[in-house]
Design a protein around this ligand. Structure first.
Ligand code: ATP
Ligand code: MG
Length: 569
């Protein structure tokens, strides 16, 4: 049965919950324990009308996670019932994204379109039972007749058609006799129901659009409501988990299952959508972002899509951790994007190799370092992971440092390089600035420094301890790269809350830096690998990179604003 589990029917000591208890896992555990189910089958049912976003990641982790924890299975089913908006590109991208997130549907890749014949036969069955009819009202008229939350609906003048008439018209709808929108098939339920979804909902509409899988075989397509529950039943889904907006559709879901000779009775359970600040989750809006050119594509590193986050350098593990942290609840909420970033940093801090890169280079010449000489400094790859070992980083007479690590007239509390001041170059030597060279405009073009050979490796035998340690790159060995810095896509935490959503786009969401200088080891960074540029943040190679023209994306800065929030509790 699909009825809700009566709360009072639960034993005092519930069965052990999975690693992460939530109300859905409790329902699943209780259904197994009480013998209502012997095996758990879930599904992730995307509509292939866009790329997946991080909200979908929540549904993916939930459905596949529950199947894994309870020894069941999770199907990937494309809810491909609206060919006007669906494309093979999306079908392929969705599969790649689910796999990348770490989940596997085995042999259970399904399409609602695989069931079109069965769904059609069931629609005829409903008509024969007098529980569905063909209606000639237009879409506008249907909306008008439907009534409102306070007013009951009115019956369509075609509601009294006999099953024989409706069967004939439905057949001819399928044969393509009528124009798009000329007729629909509706369930015959209750035009006065307080639930508008039960006021004779539309089950089939005429749509002439080529379908990515069935081509032009059909010109009528089932609605979400008619396709979804029946597809669940065909696949033997036990728990059909969906977001809260479908709660009001549940009576219809159950009505259809109860009135059709379906092979199984799935149970629909709703949970809250995942929302994040400073971004949007709706595929419709994300689609617009792409087509109107606000971003460079669905996988633009600023997009909240799975492919965008991947390109940005977010590891799948960090996304899964975030989703676990958010949990599953029954009330809608918006999470700080800083919380997602915190989960990502936690993974990257453990796993990302450290490297040195200078984004805004300023030349340093070490005047007492012999011309033509060079050496290799041994630098730790990841202080969090001794197994990551060390690497050699070339050092020479000419180096690049970060322009903002020098101040000619240092303000109070500025401890980095300044005239006459000594600083440590990371894992190399102490250097002291002796002279500032400027061009005709007064722009600093070069610093002339001296080094102390006794401080090799970054320690002084006499115990001198400079207040600052700078990163650097050897000028003779540096690789030149483009680096793209990213910030929130929208300036407001709640984009569009006060007017036009697109007016809230952050004009500085992307900053492109050319002529950055990287240590040579970064030439070997593969696309998809994220490293830490010391002191600057996490960065990854972008697929736009050419053989001698690397492009790096800033995944995140090192500053974790969520850690502070979390610590304050
Ligand atoms: P959108 O409104 O963003 O276009 P959708 O719900 O139309 O999303 P579908 O492809 O139909 O997208 O969604 C597939 C599954 O993912 C559904 O079960 C849906 O409930 C779930 N889902 C979609 N968005 C979210 C979200 N923000 N949080 C959690 N689950 C989501
Ligand atoms: Mg949808």
């Amino acid at each position: 049965m699909t009825d809700a589990v009566p709360a009072q029917g639960r034993p005092a000591t519930p069965a052990p919950l999975s690693e992460r208890g939530d109300f859905i896992r409790e329902i699943v555990a209780a259904d197994l324990r009480d013998g209502r189910r012997t095996e758990i089958v879930t599904r992730f049912p995307p509509e292939p009308n866009g790329y997946l976003h991080i909200g979908h990641a929540k549904a993916i982790c939930l459905n596949f996670g529950i199947a894994r924890e309870f020894g069941g299975r999770c199907n990937l089913r494309f809810d491909d019932t609206n060919p006007a908006r669906e494309e093979q590109e999306y079908i392929d991208a969705i599969q790649a994204d689910v796999r990348w997130l770490g989940f596997d549907w085995g042999d259970h890749l399904h399409y609602a379109s695989d069931y079109f014949e069965q769904l059609y036969a069931w629609a005829q069955d409903l008509i024969r039972q007098g529980k569905a009819y063909v209606d000639d009202l237009t879409a506008d008229q249907i909306r008008d007749y439907r009534g409102t939350l306070t007013d009951p609906g009115r019956p369509s003048p075609f509601r009294d058609r006999t099953p024989a008439q409706s069967l004939d018209l439905f057949e001819r709808m399928r044969q393509g006799e009528f124009e798009n929108g000329a007729r629909v098939l509706r369930a015959l339920i209750d035009m006065a129901s307080p639930n508008i979804n039960l006021r004779d909902p539309v089950l089939y509409r005429i749509v002439r659009a080529s379908h990515p899988r069935t081509g032009d075989a059909w010109c009528i397509y089932p609605t979400y409501d008619f396709a979804h529950g029946q597809s669940d039943a065909i696949e033997g889904i036990t728990h059909s988990l969906c977001t809260l907006e479908f709660e009001i559709h549940r009576p219809l879901y159950d009505w259809l299952l109860g009135n059709l000779p379906v092979p199984s009775r799935p149970r629909q359970v709703e949970f809250a959508r995942l929302n994040l600040t400073h971004t949007v989750m709706s595929k419709r809006i994300l689609h617009k972002m792409v087509t109107e050119g606000h971003v460079r594509g669905w996988d633009d590193p600023r997009m909240p899509t799975i492919s965008g986050l991947r390109r940005r350098g977010f590891p799948a593990e960090g996304i899964r951790d975030f989703v676990t942290e958010v949990g599953v609840a029954k009330a809608d909420s918006v999470h700080e994007v800083a919380m997602l970033e915190h989960s990502i940093r936690a993974v990257l801090n453990r796993t990302a190799p450290r490297r040195m890169a200078v984004l805004d280079p300023l030349k340093v010449v070490i005047t007492n370092y012999p011309e033509g000489r060079s050496e290799e400094m041994e630098v730790v790859n990841n202080p969090e992971d001794p197994a990551a070992g060390t690497r050699g980083v070339p050092f020479g007479r000419e180096l690049w440092i970060e322009r903002d690590d020098f101040q000619e007239v240092p303000p109070p509390k500025f401890f980095r390089l300044a005239p006459g001041r000594e600083v440590r170059l990371r894992a190399a030597y102490f250097v002291t600035c002796q002279e500032v060279v400027k061009d005709a405009d007064g722009t600093i073009t070069e610093l002339r420094c001296t080094y102390d050979p006794a401080t090799r490796g970054g320690d002084s035998p006499d115990g001198r301890r400079p207040k600052a340690t700078l990163h650097w790159v050897s000028a003779a060995d540096a690789i030149e790269a483009q680096v793209r810095l990213y910030d929130h896509l929208f300036t407001r935490p709640d984009p569009g809350a006060e007017g036009d959503l697109f007016a809230d786009l952050n004009p500085a969401s992307e900053t492109i830096l050319a002529g950055c200088r990287l240590e040579p080891a970064l030439a070997a960074t593969a696309v998809g690998e994220t490293v830490q540029f010391e002191r600057l943040g996490y960065f990854c190679t972008d697929p736009d990179s050419g053989p001698d023209a690397p492009v790096f994306n800033r995944t995140l800065t090192l500053k974790d604003s969520w850690a502070k929030v979390a610590a304050k509790g």
